[in-house]
Design a protein around this ligand. Structure first.
Ligand code: NAP
Length: 369
């Protein structure tokens, strides 16, 4: 895990740094689209992998950005499950941002096939491609706080009063929180592969629940789903007091770029602005958008939430281990190592919901009927 100091910037004869090409995997995703945008703003030649470059719903927002920003963009087809699929896109790149990974937290039927294999094999395929590509000097992996902790009650099992980068999720499994298990296994694997060579270094970012505006009007990642459900009445009766570490998607993109571009950056980085319970999120939404929306009205005590959760397809164990337990993160290392500052969660929540309204993904009561 030892960090080496490689600069991803070459120097022109004039002394001006010019960026080498950078690869972004899963470039059409909610988080990665913002990483692509920031790279294009800085004049990078961005190699973007997507599963189907011919699908305009996945690529048109990326192409539109490239049309108006200084950098250049090329699209490549790559699937996490295909060995060798990333080599062509990576050729000549100094920087690799590996963000692609399935994000499915509900209704998972086959956790190994849907989550664990794509996350771990995909990480292996991308990092082995980095081993075969002499130009690569740094890989930034999009991990998650899900690789730091499993259930919120895990906080009671550590000595510190908050999670930091020294903590690893030891409680998730194929059956319990398989998304978190997949992210943990993928990050562990990445550190093992990185530790066996010394040409490129690995820097990891561990974002919390990512909120904020999406650059892709067609995208519907899990965090967008949550905001939609809060606004469209699906959770009208109430929510449990489950806490999340919230971070803005624009800050997550900035964290990726800093992790890629700061030569001395090293290790894991918790990207969380602040921790908030679902009832506080609802309170913010109600105070900004008024009570005309069917926002959840009550906070269900843990025992009540556990009683009714199976009706909503949520395992009782999940509620028991997560509702009503405090969650805290220490984001000091991201601030010192990457110089990060974070938008307040309120801004992310409000901007996110406003965009869902503008895009018609949450219907304003009384409109359009
Ligand atoms: P997203 O919009 O669903 O993006 C996921 C990306 O992974 C998409 O581009 C998807 O491609 C790609 N992908 C999935 N399976 C693939 C496969 N077999 N082969 C190739 N590409 C595949 O979700 P996101 O929120 O931006 O997530 C991006 C990264 O951030 C993930 O690593 C995720 O674990 C991490 N993260 C997200 C959050 C959050 O709250 N959103 C928090 C912490 C960490 P398709 O569009 O073709 O499916």
């Amino acid at each position: 895990m030892m960090a080496k100091m490689h600069s991803p910037l070459r120097r022109q004869q004039s002394g001006e740094p010019i960026p080498d090409p950078a690869l972004v995997t899963g470039a059409n995703g909610y988080v990665a689209s913002w990483v692509v945008r920031r790279l294009l703003e800085r004049g990078f030649d961005v190699r973007a992998t997507v599963r189907d470059p011919a699908d305009p719903r996945k690529t048109e927002h990326l192409l539109a950005m490239a049309g108006e920003l200084p950098g250049t963009l090329s699209l490549f087809r790559a699937d996490l499950m295909e060995r060798g699929g990333f080599d062509r896109a990576m050729a000549g790149c100094a920087l690799v941002f590996h963000s692609a990974s399935p994000v499915v937290v509900r209704g998972v039927e086959d956790p190994v096939r849907q989550l664990i294999e794509p996350a771990t094999r995909g990480t292996r395929h991308v990092l082995e491609a980095a081993n075969r590509t002499p130009s690569v000097r740094r890989v930034v992996l999009t991990s998650s706080v899900s690789a730091i902790y499993g259930d919120t009650r895990d906080l009671g099992r550590i000595e510190a009063d908050r999670f930091d980068e020294s903590h690893w999720n030891e409680t998730s499994s194929e059956r319990h929180l398989p998304y978190s298990y997949a992210k943990t296994e993928a990050e562990r694997l990445a550190w093992r592969i990185a530790g066996k060579q010394d040409r490129w270094d690995l820097v990891v970012v561990n974002p919390g629940l990512v909120l904020g505006p999406s650059l892709d009007p067609h995208s519907s990642p899990e965090s967008v789903q949550l905001m939609r459900e809060l606004g469209n009445g699906s959770l009208r009766l109430g929510v449990a007091h489950v806490e999340f570490g919230i971070v803005d998607v624009r800050d997550v993109a900035e964290g990726h770029l800093r992790a890629g571009l700061i030569p001395e950056a090293s290790g894991r980085h918790i990207l969380v602005s602040e921790t908030m319970g679902l009832p506080e999120v609802v309170q913010i939404l109600r105070s900004h958008f008024g009570s005309r929306f069917p926002f959840p009205r009550f906070t269900a005590p843990r025992v009540v939430a556990a009683l009714f959760s199976p009706l909503l397809g949520v395992p009782r164990k999940l509620v028991w281990r997560n509702a009503g337990h405090p969650l805290r993160f220490d984001n000091a290392y991201a601030k010192s190592d990457l110089g990060m500052s974070f938008r307040p969660a309120e801004e992310s929540i409000v901007d996110h919901f406003r965009q869902l309204l503008d895009d018609g993904l949450v219907e304003e009561p009384g409109r359009g009927r």
